[in-house]
Structure formats: C-alpha cells, structure tokens
Write a protein that binds this ligand. Structure first.
Ligand code: ZN
Length: 570
C-alpha cells in the first residue's frame, strides 16, 4: 500500500500535518487546545452532515442539526441551513434523514489482543459439550505434549460447573488451559498439572490459589499468580518472528473492525507489551487500524525500554499514543477474587491482593519519576485504599498539577474513598457493561455492595470524571449495551443490581464520550462534536433517549467515522 492510500483510508492526511504539539508538551497539558472557531467565509467543507439529531456532548451547544468537516476536523456545528452554506461542488454531503449522531465512543479500558480472538479455541459457549467439541477439534490437529489454549470462558454462563475431568475427557496427552474471559482464573486438565508438578498436597503460593473440591483434590480451577507455574512447562506452537509479527498485525486489523462496527472511535488498550505495540504500528502502517488506539504499557521489559529511550506519557500521535503504565494490585470482579474489606456473601473469603503496599508505592514512585501517568487495577475497597495511599504519598512529596492518575475498575467504593479520589483528581474506569451482562455474578456480592459497585452515579455526584470502560474480553465492548447497563442497572433476567447507581442517558453519553477524552488529557482534541476537534462520530438508527431503556443495546450503529473518514458503514 502506498503512503497516499494509507492516509486516504484514514482521512488524516492534512489533519496529521497540523497535528497538535504532543512531543513537547508536559504532563500537565498533553495536548494544546485547538481554537473552537467556526468556518470563515469562503471555506468549503470536505464533508457536511445535515438533517441529523446531533447529541454533541458539548455543554455550550448540546444539540445541533448539522456539522461540517474539513481536514479531518469539525469546522462548524449548527443548523442544516447554516451548514449547507459551507458546501461546494466537491463537498461530500450526507443527509442523515433524522438519524442520531453522537461523538465517537471512547472505551478507556479494553484488552484488544486480536490475536487471541483470531487464533485461539473459543470457550465462550453455553454448554460443556460444545466446549469439549471445540477443544477436541484443536487437539486433533496438535501434537501430544503441546498446549491447547481456549479463551473467553465464562464459568457462570456454562450449563455445568467445569472440572478437571471435563478437560481430561478431551485429552490426557495434551496440556489444556481454558482461560476465563475475566483474565484472572484458568482451568487446567490433569496433564497440565502433571507437567507442572502440582499435586493435591502442593500448598497455594502467595498471590494465587489452586482450588480444591470437597475431597481436597485439585478441581482444575487456578487463580491469579498460581498460574505462572504452567508457563514454563509443555511445548507450544512455534512461530518465526515474521509469522509472529504477521499474526499480530492481522489480529489488530480484525479487532479494530469489530470495535469500530460497535461505534467506538478511540480505545485504550489496558496492557500493551512490545509485541502488541509493534502490531498496532504495523496495522497503522498498512492502513488497517480503524480506531484511535491508546495503550497503557505493561511489563517491566517494555516499560524499561520506554524509560531508556526517554519516552513518556503522551508519546505518539492522534492514531496511536502511549497513555501511561499499567499495574494490577488485586483480583477480578467477574471471577470473584477482588480484595474487599468485607467477605463474599456467605463465605469468609475476602479476595486476593496481587501487590503489597510497598510494591504499589515503588511502582507509583518509579512512574512518577519517569513522567508516566500510572494506571493501577484495583477492584476492591481495600485495594483502592492502598492505591490511593500511594498516589497521596507522591503527590504530597513531589506535587504535580493535574496528573490524572487512574484507578482501573475502581469497583467497590464508599464515601471516604470518593472524597480522596476527588481530592487527587484520579480517573476511575468502572465496568460499564457489567451490571447488565454479568448479572448472574452479583449475588456473590449482594445488593448492599452492588449499591457501591461500578458507582457511576456516585462518581458523577462527587464531581469525579468517571470514564467508560468495558474491560473486554472480561466484558462486552458494545457502548450501547454500556449505556443501557448504566441507565438501567438491569441484567438480562430483569434483576436490578445497585439501583442507587443508575444514571441518565445524557450522563451515560458524557461518560462514553467527553469523559473518555478527558481520561487521556485530550478533552480539547476530541470527545465532543465541537468546531476544531477531530471529526470522530457515530451515527445511530435511533436516539437512545427515545427507545425503551431495556432496548438501547439493540440500536443499530449505521456509520462510524474517524477523522472525517467512514471506518464502518452498516
Ligand atoms: Zn483489565
């Protein structure tokens, strides 16, 4: 592909030439504001969209009918008559026919491997027989002793409780791992335990657990860092560096198509190492990166590389940008391993911490010293308190203006934690599809806790800029399901979880657009339909205000536009 056609595809040729001065900006202002001026006389737009119901996410003009785009940016927002004046014979014109248009949706916490989705065995099935059949098909093509890897498993959506023997029925000669979509627990067969030398008498390691059945036998389920022991055993499919790189690019191209088809225009990758960053660059170069990808660096090796090269938070451009460094300090909400001050319903299990206070303090100080904004995964109230202590410590010792450190998920809060989050200007990224999609899991927490979990309303009421976050694969990434979930807090069986946290459609739209831009210091560049900003928008068949709230997720995404160029058309 030539350079010209890449830019054509992305519609960014001139926009990139006039891109914002990122490299020289400090932490305080990653992106300088573009003046939000309307078009002057005689300026012809590249594209005008008229006759739409435009929900702008811009408090200065919340609604409009039409807008004009030039060089990948909005140049004017107004009435259909006003905007038509900006068109000439070359201008592309879209009559929206009354369709609803929002700013492009922004997901601030997503695990977009792409490679896994394309090449792994699919475990996201409702019946164990189906899971076994999918595994068996792969086993038949795999030499004995080599790992067979399934992803996106959801234990509470399977017809039975998955055990080691279900996997032994598939193979006793291949180590098998079935990864939960939540990312914190996995199921293994007997061959895998044998290779790893784990028996019923093996004690649980720090920061992990080998689950046992009533008789004390290994159940097959393994949590958190106890899974590390499996990494060094068995054989794995080997790829040349070229093959590996090609798979990476294909994976990113694949997932980028899915994300933009759902209406997303910017997606934060919540943990990218070297291979993933390379894959993003390759997909961008080949013109297959449709969405704006931001990534949190994960892993010491890659992070050390950034530090050694003198690169820091904000490095990149409008299509691909480093947005911080990521750590994980406790377990998972969906897999019931997050660390809380009170136990799971009917148990004395408080969950699992994966970092000590000292480790958190050191990670935060290191990031702070290297001009990195830090994002730490902390679900439970105990863990959130620990992370806030670390943020309070560096802010007190080495004060910095507007650092916008993040707490990933920030699931279970209370008024005291909310006050500290507000005081520090921390960005929480709670799960925005979970109340709806994972309803069958919330009985393990109970209504009292759920009234303080994924606490979008509490964050908003306390003046905290809460950002939208799917945590895909653990949660679905569709932003319209997210709006429904935040507005109704109702699961697919009709149960309402934590009604205290319901928000309005307007609030949900702000969470999914401008707040997402704020979460990367880019609120002056994108996140609303405002003259001067990047022309990212999503066209919907219906207005989420108009439909039954229980049907928002069914609204069709007609078109997704990034930088003025359609990247999805239904
Ligand atoms: Zn995550």
């Amino acid at each position: 592909m030539t350079k010209v056609s890449r830019k054509e595809f992305l519609g960014l040729g001139a926009a990139l030439a006039g891109a914002t001065g990122i490299a020289s900006a400090g932490l305080d202002t990653i992106v300088s504001a573009q003046p939000a001026t309307g078009a002057g006389p005689g300026v012809a737009a590249d594209l005008i969209v008229t006759n739409a119901r435009v929900l702008t996410s811009d408090p200065a003009r919340p609604r409009a009918e039409a807008f004009a785009v030039k060089n990948g940016r909005f140049i004017a927002v107004g009435s259909t008559a006003e905007i038509r004046n900006l068109a000439n014979a070359q201008t592309r014109q879209i009559d929206a026919g009354g369709a609803t248009i929002t700013p492009g949706f922004i997901d601030c916490h997503c695990h977009v491997s792409g490679v896994g989705e394309l090449f792994s065995v699919n475990a996201n099935v409702p019946r164990v027989r189906e899971l076994q059949a999918n595994l068996k098909a792969r086993v038949d093509k795999t030499p004995p002793g080599q790992w067979v890897n399934a992803i996106m498993f959801d234990d509470t959506k399977l017809d039975v409780t998955l055990t080691r023997s279900h996997l032994d029925e598939v193979s006793r000669d291949h180590p098998i791992v079935v990864g939960h979509r939540g990312g914190h627990t996995s199921w293994y067969n007997t061959k895998a335990f044998e290779l790893a030398g784990i028996t019923r008498s093996t004690p649980d390691p720090d920061h992990g657990r080998f689950f046992r059945d009533e008789s004390g036998e290994l159940s097959g389920r393994v949590a958190e860092l106890a899974r590390n022991v499996f990494n060094k055993v068995g054989t794995r499919e080997v790829f040349t560096p070229e093959q590996q790189r090609e798979r990476g690019r294909q994976g990113k191209a694949h997932i980028s198509k899915l994300l933009t088809a759902a209406g997303l225009t910017s997606v934060h990758d919540a943990g990218a190492g070297r291979d993933s960053i390379l894959a993003y660059q390759d997909a961008k170069e080949s013109g297959e990166l449709r969405h704006r990808a931001l990534y949190l660096v994960r892993g010491a090796e890659t992070f050390n590389g950034f530090k050694a090269a003198g690169l820091y938070y904000g490095y990149g451009d409008d299509m691909l940008r480093c947005t911080g460094v990521k750590y994980g300090a406790d377990g998972s909400a969906s897999e019931r391993t997050m660390r809380m001050s009170t136990p799971y319903v009917g148990t004395n299990d408080y969950g699992i911490l994966t970092m000590t206070q000292q480790e958190i303090d050191e990670a935060v100080e290191d990031a702070w010293r290297h001009n990195f904004r830090i994002a730490i995964h902390a679900n439970g109230d105990t863990t959130i308190d620990m992370v806030l202590k670390a943020y309070e410590r560096v802010q007190k010792q080495w004060p910095r203006k507007d650092p916008r450190n993040r707490i990933e998920h920030c699931s279970l809060v209370n008024p005291e934690l909310l006050a500290r989050i507000k005081a520090l200007g921390v960005i929480p990224t709670p799960f925005w599809t979970y109340a709806h999609y994972h309803g069958e899991k919330w009985k393990f927490y109970g209504q009292d806790k759920m009234n303080w979990m994924f606490a979008h309303k509490s964050f908003i009421d306390n003046g905290i800029r809460v950002a939208g976050a799917s945590d895909y694969g653990p949660g679905p990434f569709e932003p319209l399901m997210a709006i429904q979930s935040m507005v109704t807090r109702k699961d697919y069986s009709g149960n309402v979880w934590g009604p205290q946290q319901r928000i309005t459609v307007d609030q949900a739209l702000m969470v999914g657009t401008i707040n997402g831009a704020y979460a990367s210091h880019e609120e002056n560049v994108k996140g609303s339909i405002t003259a001067g900003k990047l022309a990212d928008f999503t066209m919907l068949e219906k207005d989420p205000h108009d439909v039954n709230p229980d049907e928002i997720k069914n609204i069709k995404v007609l078109r997704t536009v990034v930088g003025g160029r359609a990247v999805h058309e239904a």
